[in-house]
Design a protein around this ligand. Structure first.
Ligand SMILES: [Zn+2]
Length: 205
């Protein structure tokens, strides 16, 4: 008789499915959104290599990157010049790549997966390609109608840039009960925070 049969392990936790991992990491990208101080738009991204989170970021201003908060004030002014505002921003996807580089994880970027709260814009998609990221998981619910502001960008990224660069784009939906739990349950958000800081293993949903 095999040893396993002599000593059955009761209540053994089943292994976490790929889908569950994708949902938890997507919640991690959503959590990073909440760290943006941009009054208009908040986005978040995390990069995962195997089971390790190698980079994470939210959208920032140049000022945040040099720890000068003057830019927030300029950004929050309704009459601030739109070009100025756009040029002052750094997107969460690129910030997560910079974070990986700063932490010395640049060698782990090729082949990794990025989780995003919105489908990346064209410059971010190019940065993703340049970094060697091979998979992008998008859990965003952004308006994709042809008359929406970012429509041309999305079509270009999902139909041209990513297929040409052989980047797999996976669109997932976070189940409503999990999304609600994430919004109201502080302990659950703390667990997600620990996961994206490599302090906790992912558990099944
Ligand atoms: Zn972008």
């Amino acid at each position: 008789m095999k040893q396993q049969e002599l000593f059955p392990i009761k209540n053994k936790r089943r292994s976490v499915t790929t889908k569950e991992k994708q949902i938890i990491y997507s919640l991690g990208a959503k959590l990073m959104q909440t760290y943006s101080h941009n009054p208009k738009v908040q986005t978040g991204a995390i990069i995962v290599n195997k089971k390790t989170i190698i980079g994470k970021g939210s959208n920032t201003t140049a000022g945040e990157r040099i720890r000068d908060h003057e830019d927030y004030q300029l950004l929050s002014l309704d009459n601030s010049d739109n070009n100025y505002r756009l040029n002052m921003l750094e997107h969460s996807e690129r910030n997560s790549i910079f974070d990986a580089v700063r932490k010395g994880n640049w060698k782990k970027l090729p082949g990794s997966t990025m989780y995003v709260a919105y489908l990346p814009c064209v410059p971010c998609a190019n940065a993703i390609i340049g970094a060697g990221i091979k998979q992008v998981v998008d859990s965003g619910t952004r308006d994709m109608r042809p008359d929406s502001k970012w429509y041309a960008d999305w079509i270009f990224v999902k139909d041209i840039l990513f297929p040409k660069a052989k980047i797999e784009l996976i669109k997932i939906e976070i189940p409503q009960n999990i999304e609600e739990k994430f919004i109201i349950d502080m302990e659950y958000r703390e667990y997600i925070w620990k996961v994206i800081n490599n302090q906790r293993k992912i558990k099944s949903l």
